[in-house]
Ligand binder design. Structure first.
Ligand code: PLP
Length: 327
């Protein structure tokens, strides 16, 4: 690596953590290997979760955000693939907490459990109740909350997968090819992110995140039946907006509503809450982060940082051994 070249530095892959969790136990990173011939077809049925944990400096605690909900959705995704559940949510909760501890993460972090067909059964076989195998990785992932960076988006020419093609509500590796087409098209054409319409021509979501618009003080987002991934961040955000007194409509959204929205933002675990500055080069609002998005982001930040006692049940502490419920 050339020192002093920030680009070269940015491209250096992050150092791997000491451990991951695989097939029921914590193993050193280096020893979790599969044969190369098992890589391709096994991925067809692979499903996963993306989960964030936020560091609370004051309490020296790492809190996993909505772990119970993520593990519930993980189980649903495994079910869609007709794989048998090998590990209970309790086992996975324990595994994730122990893995975060073993990897010594004392900063904002990300955790990804991934389930695939076990016993080397290739994913192209129709096989009922094949036991799923699971591995879990963790890594540092600084939060972007408060950065106020605006996304310039386009509406993609690609159409979102529909429920009779590839269930959009499954968090499946293969579904991501649809998302990749969207994000690649957006990037190539000079945008930060793409927004995808569903087969009805209504707004579905961003490529990897859900979308909320604000018009005349009312927040709106597409329904679960619009071909969206049922986002846990979105569900959290809608609940917080309601509490903040912002009316919320769950309804179909037209493409041209994006062009006249006062505010719009993408939300999802990885991207968190990301304000949209323009869509198809139509400026959103006055081109800065709007008041509803800003207030929501502030509230969301307090929640994930463990500074909102009313929402402590959304957080699972990694270190604290008491007070962790049935999760
Ligand atoms: C994961 C994901 C989201 C966001 O869901 P969260 O539960 O908020 O992380 C949105 N869209 C797609 C396609 C996703 O895979």
């Amino acid at each position: 690596m050339t020192t002093g070249d920030p680009k070269a530095f940015a491209q250096t892959p992050p150092e791997h953590p000491p451990y991951l969790w695989w097939a029921g136990r914590q193993v050193p990173w280096e020893s979790a290997t599969v044969h190369v011939t098992q890589v391709g077809w096994t991925a067809i049925s692979a499903v996963f979760e993306g989960i964030r944990a936020y560091w609370n400096e004051e309490r020296q605690e790492l809190n996993v955000f909505r772990l119970e909900e993520h593990l519930k959705r993980f189980a649903q995704s495994i079910r869609f693939m007709r794989m048998a559940q090998t590990y209970s949510p309790q086992q996975l909760t324990q595994a994730i907490r122990e893995l975060f501890r073993a990897n010594g993460l004392r900063e904002d972090a990300y955790c990804q459990p991934l389930a695939y067909m076990g016993r080397s059964v290739p994913g192209y076989l129709a096989a009922d109740d094949v036991p799923s195998e699971v591995f879990i990785t963790t890594r540092a992932a600084p939060s972007n909350l408060g950065s106020a960076r605006l996304l310039h988006c386009c509406v993609s020419s690609w159409v979102r997968i529909s429920d009779n093609v590839m269930p959009p509500r499954a968090k499946a590796i293969t579904n991501y090819q649809n998302s990749r087409y969207v994000s690649n098209e957006a990037r190539i054409n000079g945008y930060d992110a793409g927004i995808i319409l569903n087969d009805q021509g209504k707004v579905a979501e961003g490529a990897y995140a859900c979308i909320v618009i604000v018009r005349d003080g009312v927040a709106a987002t597409p329904p679960r039946s619009a071909g969206i991934l049922e986002s846990i961040t979105l569900a959290s955000v809608l609940e917080l907006l309601g509490e903040m007194g912002v009316p919320v409509e769950v309804r179909d959204i037209d493409r041209t509503e994006l062009y006249v929205a006062d505010e719009a933002f993408l939300c999802g675990t990885l991207i968190e809450i990301a304000p949209i500055g323009s869509v198809d080069r139509y400026q959103v609002g006055d081109g800065a982060m709007g008041p509803v998005t800003r207030a929501l982001e502030e509230r969301f930040t307090r929640v994930v940082r463990g500074q909102d006692p009313g929402r402590s049940h959304w957080l699972t502490p990694v270190h604290e051994s008491v007070g962790v419920g049935p999760r």
